[in-house]
Write a protein that binds this ligand. Structure first.
Ligand code: ZN
Length: 224
């Protein structure tokens, strides 16, 4: 359940449904603007029909007043209470298996995508902190990415990807004098790389560890 989301109750030909405004989202999951204004583009006329016996829910799509993009959500509407179940897409959250301070830098990168320079700097800081967590502390960010490759911490593909994007604020570039700012697309690519690196270095490893422990545990019980 999503207690952070709120709307009013509206009456429709099919029964009670969700109201005109959606509030409570901290940021728009598309443009990441803070305290977004979402207004209904469409709401179902009461709960939608289903044949699988599951709970019938109201559905609605809401448009962000800043970027115009749509979020879709489902809710149970009873009396004057709206209980939200899900929202799609949801705001991005840096995975808890990524260690601090990398996780906070990545979260800030997600939340500053509307300000590309800031997002690229935060993505660079996240990558920097992830490499430091693996003991790679000396030299420039890109030198350490190469070092991570030679230590088999990264795949060749990931290292190549890192070199193709614009991480951080001071990557030496011939074009920097003419083009000091990071484009929205470049920022998005930097943040995607930082996210992938976090998944690769920490999230996947932690999942494998947990899976292995669980599997070994089951095995021990089965044979013990
Ligand atoms: Zn938006």
């Amino acid at each position: 359940m999503r207690g952070d989301l709120k709307t009013t109750v509206a009456h429709s030909s099919g029964g009670l449904t969700m109201g005109f405004q959606l509030t409570g989202l901290k940021r728009c999951p598309h443009c990441s603007i803070a305290s977004p204004h979402f207004t209904a583009a469409w709401v179902s006329q009461g709960p939608t029909n289903r044949t699988d016996g599951g709970k019938r829910l109201c559905w609605g799509s809401y448009a962000c007043s800043s970027c115009g993009s749509i979020v879709t959500c489902s809710a149970d509407v009873q009396g004057n209470v709206v209980t939200f179940f899900g929202i799609f897409p949801d705001a991005k959250t840096a995975h808890e298996d990524i260690p601090e301070p990398a996780r906070t830098f990545l979260q800030q990168a997600y939340e500053t995508l509307h300000a590309p320079d800031a997002a690229a700097v935060m993505a660079g800081s996240a990558v920097d902190a992830m490499l430091k967590a693996h003991g790679l502390e000396a030299g420039s960010l890109y030198a350490r990415i190469d070092e991570a490759l030679t230590k088999n911490l990264l795949t060749k593909g990931m290292a190549d990807w890192a070199h193709e994007i614009r991480l951080g604020s001071n990557r030496p570039r011939h074009a920097d004098k003419e083009k000091p700012h990071v484009s929205p697309d470049e920022a998005k690519q930097s943040v995607e790389f930082a996210e992938a690196l976090g998944n690769f270095l920490f999230v996947l490893t932690a999942r494998v560890d947990r899976g292995l422990k669980a599997a070994t545990g089951v095995d021990v019980i089965k044979h013990g």
